[in-house]
Design a binder for this molecule. Sequence first.
Ligand code: BDP
Length: 329
Amino acid sequence: MKIHRSVQRFAFATAICSTVVASAASAAELRGWNIHVEDYPVSIGMESFAEDLAEKTGGEITAKVYHNAVLGDQPDAIEQLRLGVIDFGEFNLGPMGQAVPEANVTSLPFIFSSVPEMYELMDGAVGEAIGEGMKAKGIIPLGWYGAGARSFYNSIQPINTPADVEGMKVRVMSNDLFVKMVEAMDGNATPMAFGEVYQSIKTGVVDGAENNPPSYESTNHYEVAQYYSLTEHLIIPECLCMSLKTWEKLTPEQQEITMQAGRDSALLQRELWAEREAASLEKVEAGGTTVNTVEDKAAFQDAMTPVYEAFLADNPDLTDLVNMIRSAE
Ligand code: BDP
């Protein structure tokens, strides 16, 4: 019911905006997409963004965050954002890569050497280049959120070498690059919606998946896949973004407030992220997960050579961006 009412309200406000003046945006309650549970660092960041917007615009802009992917799965939500059906959302640059080629560079395995390096580069020229690519596709980045490093987990055995992935059925996010990544280790990759993974592992449709500790924990995947191996093969940034269609309805002053609120919420989220990561690892270990470190990460990095070769052959214009990241100190 609530969703319907706000859709109607939004449609009404949109109609006014297009015929009267930009400030009519104040009549709409913005709809925000989020895939995570309510107490997740991303969710808390988004709620603080919504509160900030309302407060700093004196109630001219109000926003509601819809958690738990109730507004749809991530690839669909990105399309809806571009269409302006969803006003804002927090997205992983993995699924974003389908629409924004520049975002794909961050989905290359081991491209960032650490999470602090990722933040530094995203806050600088790399983030700017990716942001330009997003804008060209109708998406305005407001703040770069963090999602730590993703590692493999499964119900069969600890992973120590790429050969341990051979023949394993692994769920990946929707993006060809992740299929290629798993195939480079002779595993079988299945792209699948986040919300379907628990049941799929439980019923043996897949043997496991890969994600950061907070997502592995918050989804309870650790209950059904009790080997978590710290391969840390992907460090993919996330983005609090607004639809260009919504953005264009804001006054310059409202845009400035929105941008600042987005940046501030990212700083909060990054802080909360570090705490949650430690707490999640503790929780899954207490819940019976065996966590193993991976001594020979270079073996996994070497296995990714064909992924890079294919990517650069398909996207020669992204070579500079890839090199900009790889050459960072
Ligand atoms: C989480 C990301 C979320 C992705 C999810 C996934 O925060 O955006 O949808 O992984 O694996 O870490 O689908």
